[in-house]
Design a protein around this ligand. Sequence first.
Ligand SMILES: Nc1ccn([C@@H]2O[C@H](COP(=O)(O)OP(=O)(O)OP(=O)(O)O)[C@@H](O)[C@H]2O)c(=O)n1
Ligand SMILES: C[C@](O)(CO)[C@H](O)COP(=O)(O)O
Length: 225
Amino acid sequence: MKKAAILVAGGKGTRMGGPVSKQYLPIGGKPVLMHTLEVFSKVDPDIYLILVLPEEDFSFWKKLCQEFNFDLPHQIVGGGNSRFQSVRNGLNALPFESGLVAIHDGVRPFVSLHVVNLSFEEAARSGSAIAVVPLKDSIRKVTEDGKSTFQERQLFRLVQTPQTFQISKIKQAFEVTELPQFTDDATVYEHKGWEVSLIPGNAENIKITTPEDLEYAEFLLSRKK
Ligand SMILES: Nc1ccn([C@@H]2O[C@H](COP(=O)(O)OP(=O)(O)OP(=O)(O)O)[C@@H](O)[C@H]2O)c(=O)n1
Ligand SMILES: C[C@](O)(CO)[C@H](O)COP(=O)(O)O
């Protein structure tokens, strides 16, 4: 079965701040996105890779690729104003209509090979695979009047990417008007009336979001060496 991965990196990284968007910042001496692309290529050297970037960053990215001698084949696609729109642009650029596609945040470079492999296996079996991890802390639900109530953390999961799907189904699901609850791809798939399958993610698969995440990222890379 044909495999593709869409790495979305069309955001501005406002919570990270700084002059250069987080997806291009170096960790272990190399831009975040190059680490992420390499993971998917290691899973399957024949995988079709799409990288979604803000159009105004295309030439900057090409320069980075030259500077770092980064020659992994990938197609660049222009992003949209929201993650939903960036994913949809990536889906529309897929060169085949059947097979499997892993949709992954470009800023999650520490996804394990095992999780990506598992996501393809589960999506081939059931149509979808959403990586999730259990919570470590206790949680409480807060209300506007300032009250809070205990919640059973065993009933909740933190949602990661990859979110992997059969291409024909996820393309159909994305033929919809964008809604505020579409914070990931699972919610779009479910809106179509289809149930998602969960798979265990990996704890290191953080979404690099704020400056302290970069320090943790350097630590995780130093452990790999
Ligand atoms: N219009 C957008 C917005 C987000 N993303 C991507 O979706 C992933 C998860 O989003 P997030 O971490 O929120 O990234 P940003 O939107 O860049 O960050 P912020 O919300 O701090 O601005 C990132 O890889 C980001 O680049 C995207 O492709 N297109
Ligand atoms: C897709 C995602 O990474 C799953 O946790 C998340 O929903 C993206 O949310 P963000 O607030 O746009 O970073």
